[in-house]
Ligand binder design. Structure first.
Ligand code: ADP
Ligand code: MG
Length: 353
């Protein structure tokens, strides 16, 4: 799939923008602070239903009262329009002109993989960031996964509220634990299964791209178990501890994914370069997974990749992304290798030419 047309109204430093994109490799270039990342942010907004770097009200153009993002997506010759409108009064999504109840009903219509230079630090920081990255990817590829995640979150919120009560809630907790075990097991199973596949792809790609010398292992670490009954038992055992801390402490909302190179945990021992390389391979493996396993090639957004890698690595990486994606957006400050691109866009002060 690819973004055929993008339309912005009062989004960041774009007052009004209408731009048509071709499939293939697109270079977005311009000096710092002109709106390159803002454009990437707008496209990815329609992938995940929010900004990857700011709160909704910070996205409204200074002095305006609302913003709009609209896009026409092309998939096997079929066109779909997606949109979002936000003002302080609220936010709603549109698909083919129809107002949606929530973003989850249109998640997956535009599939995307994003890489930004700030991401390795965030990704290898708190476990919550790694879980979020995996969830955002899995939710795009599986509706069932998304629903399980939504149900799990709802039950978890209820359980956490109960754990803060002073009176006896033991029976109620048990009922919620049962539900948590049920949805939790599905979530854990899907995460484990997917990471196994991604891990194989990562190693295959690394053998070809030679980003990291050594064997990489991306693995899932659960605080529970992947079986409904076992999780339920575990939650029972840990109840006193949870009551003490007034918080649900076990289950997929506390799990982690680890990246090892030659058996060493990257978040502890990895250099900046290794982390960057591993994350790029992880992103690339997501595109491959989408293309091969879900049968839909995503849009790939590579922000400031040019400042990160030398020419040889860049070209190898772009080549791979293009193989598993219908459209790759690349931002840069300089107009280099122009003939390599299917489309070149120059951005200056929120205006495109
Ligand atoms: N809500 C907003 N309204 C108007 N301009 C904004 C808003 N948020 C950010 N900007 C402007 O956007 C510019 C940064 O754009 P960005 O896309 O990050 O730049 P770059 O081209 O370097 O990637 C800055 O000049 C900033 O002032
Ligand atoms: Mg930028």
């Amino acid at each position: 799939m690819f973004v055929d047309r993008l339309q912005l109204l009062n989004f960041r430093n774009y007052e009004e923008l209408l731009i048509d994109f071709s499939p293939g490799k697109i270079l977005i270039y311009g000096a710092n602070g002109q709106g390159k990342t803002n454009l990437i942010e707008a496209i990815y907004y329609l992938v995940i239903g929010k900004s990857f770097r700011g709160k909704d009200n910070s996205l409204i153009r200074f002095g305006a009262e609302s913003f709009q993002i609209g896009a026409k997506i092309s998939k096997n010759g079929q066109k779909t329009t997606l949109g979002v409108e936000y003002s302080v009064k609220g936010k709603f999504f549109l698909k083919n002109g129809q107002k949606q109840k929530s973003f989850s009903s249109i998640l997956g219509n535009l599939k995307g993989v994003l890489f930004t230079p700030d991401e390795p630090v965030i990704f290898f920081g708190f476990p919550a960031n790694r879980r979020k990255a995996l969830d955002l990817f899995l939710a795009q590829t599986s509706k069932t996964y998304l629903l399980n995640l939504i149900y799990y979150q709802k039950v978890l919120t209820n359980k956490n509220a109960l754990l803060k009560q002073v009176w006896n809630v033991d029976n109620l907790i048990e009922a919620w634990n049962y539900k948590l075990a049920e949805f939790g097991a599905e979530i854990i199973k899907e995460r484990e299964k997917c990471l196994k596949i991604l891990n194989d792809i990562i190693n295959e790609l690394n053998a070809q791209l030679r980003f990291l010398p050594g064997k990489i292992e991306a693995s899932y670490k659960t605080s529970g178990a992947d079986d409904k009954e076992k999780i339920f038992e575990l939650l029972k055992q840990k109840y006193t501890e949870e009551k003490d801390k007034k918080q649900a402490l076990f289950g997929p909302h506390r799990d982690d994914l680890n990246f090892y190179v030659n058996g060493r945990d990257l978040k502890i021992f990895g250099s900046q370069g290794q982390k960057k390389g591993a994350l790029l391979l992880f992103k690339l493996s997501q595109a491959v997974y989408m293309a091969k396993v879900s049968g839909e090639k995503p849009v790939v957004l590579l922000d400031d990749l040019y400042s990160e890698f030398d020419k040889e690595k860049r070209e190898a990486l772009e080549g791979f992304f293009l193989k598993y994606s219908d459209q790759v957006f690349i931002t840069a400050t300089e107009p280099i290798d122009l003939k390599n691109y299917h489309q070149v866009v120059f951005i200056e002060n929120g205006k495109v030419s």
